[in-house]
Design a protein around this ligand. Sequence first.
Ligand SMILES: [Zn+2]
Length: 221
Amino acid sequence: MDEKYLLGKFDPADDSNFVLVDKKYTSDARDIYLRKEVYEAFIQMHEDAKKDSIILLIVSGTRTYEYQKKLWEDKWFGYTFVNNKDLYLAVPDDLERTKEILKYTAMPGTSRHHWGTDIDINSVEIEYFQTDYGKLVYNWLQNNAEKYGFCEPYTDFDSMRPYGYEPEPWHWSYYPLAKLILEDYTKTIKFYMMIDFAGFEFFNKLEIIDKYVLGINPKCK
Ligand SMILES: [Zn+2]
């Protein structure tokens, strides 16, 4: 696969492999794009979940490199607060701050959201998944998502997933496609392809590809 695609350096609106998600499947009015086969699988899952009184809405789909770079740097420089804190002031050491942001946010060029195979469902707040309804949603996904090709990359830490991002019950990946992309990614992508964002100098030290990109639930590989 093309290096630009793997890194999110393209516009999904101009790519015929991608489709715009109908607003009835999204949580707000923003345009969300997905790979066609992922969208079709999601629609099936959405319709079947609805029969069980579970509403699944997409809050995030494909993200470009530029989008992820802004997301990352806004946290790095304190424009976006993390846990109600301006991390730029609260964690002045650059390496420590980078590690803190990496709990939930990928460095640009390393997010599975670049590929159009991964979606965040209903909310990216852990509190949502602790509510009664949030628990029902998560249970339904755990019991059913696999039938539609979706797996959960960021499960709880254990011996099978000892490192990587914190658990993300909202993040689901269409693995028939994503696992092929991941194979290509690990063969193709090198550190020097991403050296234009704050904190990039810790990429190798923190073993971003081995520990984060590959630090996923083995069922998704
Ligand atoms: Zn996500």
